[in-house]
Design a protein around this ligand. Structure first.
Ligand SMILES: NC(=O)c1ccc[n+]([C@@H]2O[C@H](COP(=O)([O-])OP(=O)(O)OC[C@H]3O[C@@H](n4cnc5c(N)ncnc54)[C@H](O)[C@@H]3O)[C@@H](O)[C@H]2O)c1
Length: 344
């Protein structure tokens, strides 16, 4: 198996930290740049403890080109980049679109510019299933037509993919674009997981925060959609399965198996599950009853979406192995751990 030194931007964030652990365990060396604006400094130490390997974290903003350049000067053997650093809140992006365009696009452009000057040839980018919008047919494949984004956040992902496409035409770099569905759950050790920045957007932390009493009740937005039980349907994928897909994508690039300049992969479990089914799965594994209310639909919510993940399975050799129960069990263990350790 081929390994290398890899720069992970956003390496102290939710998906970045879990990916760093997987990479380190598979023998990669990992350097991280994370401003810590939306994550916490202790995460770097936790990555080292869990993996048993050094994790070089630099705390500054990826838009600071001179600082990014210095990291490459200190680590001239970096040969791959996984770019996670971005803001991800749909609601915040509607209120502050320029904040999102500035951070999500300029961090990508800066990292690309520096990586190119240091002759990096392998680049993995975090995209999102939000680029598909309300798809006409399910499951969505990588060639499902893309939709008009529902938010400035979604637009930054679409624009980033377009930037990567145009840039690749005149670059020696090869790009793997990973479109995540709904990453959820926590590390199997119970010592790392998602630390929501402000009010979480995603369902699973809202469920665990409600169960632990951080919020009084959970609202299910819409109960008469044309789905099995009337609530929205999504594809939840365990964060450690998402993490292992990054390691496999990087190996695929390093082994020169990727023929196209840009290859796109859906990362989902391949199964749709409704919001109410997720709530019941949580109630089962935690043996708690969740206080939830049925509320009105939210404008802009996609009714149903789940992935056809066969391309990642066949080309990357990736198999998601964790279940919905694993997601709920690990997320609940992490929520309890955050309370014990007073992590906010
Ligand atoms: N979590 C999801 O549901 C989801 C779904 C689809 C796509 N994504 C994408 O995956 C990536 C990682 O998401 P996450 O859930 O780990 O988010 P996160 O907020 O937990 O992690 C992002 C990290 O990047 C850092 N960061 C942000 N802007 C930065 C900058 N300019 N310079 C340096 N550091 C910066 C933050 O401090 C944070 O630690 C993002 O690009 C996100 O848009 C996430």
């Amino acid at each position: 198996m081929k390994t290398c030194k890899v720069l992970v931007t956003g390496g102290c964030g939710y998906i970045g930290s879990h990916t760093a652990i997987d990479l380190l365990k598979q023998g990669f060396e990992v350097v991280s740049i994370d401003s810590l604006e939306r994550s916490q400094a202790f995460v770097a130490g936790r990555v080292e403890e869990i993996s048993g390997k050094p994790f070089h974290q630099y705390s500054f903003d990826c838009r600071d080109e001179a600082a990014v350049r210095k990291v490459f000067e200190q680590h001239p053997d970096i040969s791959g980049v996984i770019h996670f650093a971005a803001y991800k809140s749909v609601g915040e992006s509607v209120e502050h679109p320029l904040r999102y365009f500035d951070n999500n696009l300029n961090s990508l452009i800066t990292v690309l510019r520096v990586a190119e000057s240091f002759h990096v040839q392998h680049f993995v980018f975090s995209s999102s299933c939000s680029v598909y919008g309300n798809a006409a047919s399910l499951p969505v494949t990588e060639s499902t037509p893309l939709a008009e984004p529902e938010s400035p956040y979604g637009r930054t992902k679409l624009m980033s993919e377009q930037i990567i496409h145009d840039y690749s035409l005149h670059s020696r770099m090869r790009f793997t674009v990973l479109r995540y569905f709904n990453p959820a759950g926590a590390h199997d050790s119970g010592r790392l997981g998602e630390i929501p920045f402000g009010k979480p957007d995603n369902l699973v932390p809202v469920i665990t925060e409600t169960a632990i009493g951080k919020r009084p009740a959970l609202t299910v937005y819409g109960d008469d959609y044309p789905t099995r039980d009337g609530s929205c349907l999504r594809d939840y994928i365990h964060v450690m399965d998402i993490a292992s897909a990054h390691t496999k994508a990087l190996q695929y690039l390093l082994e020169n198996k990727q023929k196209e300049k840009v290859e796109i992969f859906n990362l989902g479990s391949g199964e749709g599950i409704t919001v109410l089914e997720m709530i019941h799965a949580f109630e089962k594994v935690s043996a708690t009853e969740l206080n939830y209310l049925l509320g009105d639909k939210r404008p802009g919510d996609v009714i149903a979406i789940y992935a056809d993940n066969s391309k990642a399975r066949s080309l990357l050799g990736w198999t998601p192995v964790r279940t919905t129960e694993d997601i709920m069990r690990s997320a609940w263990a992490w929520e309890n751990r955050m309370r014990e350790e007073k992590i906010k």
